[in-house]
Design a protein around this ligand. Structure first.
Ligand code: DGL
Length: 268
């Protein structure tokens, strides 16, 4: 039987967005076997109901549990907002980390957090999960949110730096220019793909751009160390999707900046 330390880490999202998290995890934990799941047949999640997203998320969690994962990373803010407790329950003791907790902690690790801007999917923004998480850290922090539903399809299309992407971002980010925010949480794991463009659109270098990927990767590392569950020899990166594997493969290699083995289609 394989040692539990050799078990994979499961990371999932509705599509390619969670690869921003998977990339950070692979960098922080290069010896780990990572299983990435992208629900490409059903992306986007951010415009769907709580019940639907919860249902999808639990199916994926079940899939990852069947794969024998030793830790689950919810690399999707919408799922974190809608289904975190249910996932923890289903995981029965397998540690579960989520990007909303990670993003909030990162925002408070920076010196400026008087007024935090949050951009996310409709689901995440309407759930007010970030407002609750931020207010738990500091009740007097002001939070301004904006849903940016067009950014996920743009990212899935690989349109992250063209005129359409820039125009869309300009429209969405306009209100933040007069709000005097000191940091902006990228509250959707697809949004870090636009990270290079966002500062120029905000036209303010003093706004801290918060991406939860590194923070969740570091927490995963610390937790596995504490559990004495680090792998010392795999480094394997496996991808499962529910549709369009070739498209995913191309985009994934572009965003990860490395070759990956075959992307496997699976039906839940
Ligand atoms: N990347 C996901 C998130 O962080 C989901 C986006 C979507 O599918 O709408 O919310």
């Amino acid at each position: 039987m394989n040692s539990p330390n050799k078990a994979p880490i499961g990371i999932f999202d509705s599509g390619i967005g969670g690869l921003t998290v998977a990339k950070a995890v692979a960098e922080a934990l290069p010896n780990e076997h990572i299983i990435y799941f992208g629900d490409t047949a059903r992306v986007p999640y951010g415009i769907k109901s709580t019940e639907t997203v919860r249902d999808y998320a639990l199916q994926i969690t079940d899939f990852l549990i069947q794969k024998g994962v030793k830790m689950i990373l919810i690399a999707c803010n919408t799922v974190s907002a809608f289904a975190k407790d249910e996932i923890i329950q289903l995981a029965k003791g397998i540690p579960v980390l989520d990007v909303i907790s990670a993003g909030t902690e990162t925002a408070f690790s920076h010196p400026k957090h008087q007024h935090i801007g949050v951009i996310g999917t409709l689901g995440t923004v309407n759930s007010e999960a970030y407002i609750r998480a931020i207010k738990e850290h500091n009740a007097s922090t002001v939070v301004s949110q904006k849903a940016c539903p067009l950014l996920v399809p743009l990212a899935e299309e690989g349109w992250i730096n063209n005129d359409i992407a820039k125009l869309t971002l300009t429209e969405y980010l306009e209100p933040f220019k007069s709000l005097n925010i000191d940091s902006l949480i990228l509250g959707c794991t697809h949004y870090p793909l636009f990270k290079e463009v966002i500062p120029s659109i905000l036209a303010n270098d003093n706004i801290e751009i918060i991406d939860s990927a590194e923070s969740i990767a570091n927490t995963a590392k610390m937790k596995l160390e504490a559990m004495r569950a680090l792998n010392d020899s795999s480094g394997k990166f496996e991808c499962y999707v529910t549709d369009r594997p070739q498209r995913f493969h191309e985009l994934a290699e572009r965003f990860l900046g490395r070759k990956i083995s075959n992307v496997i289609v699976t039906h839940l």
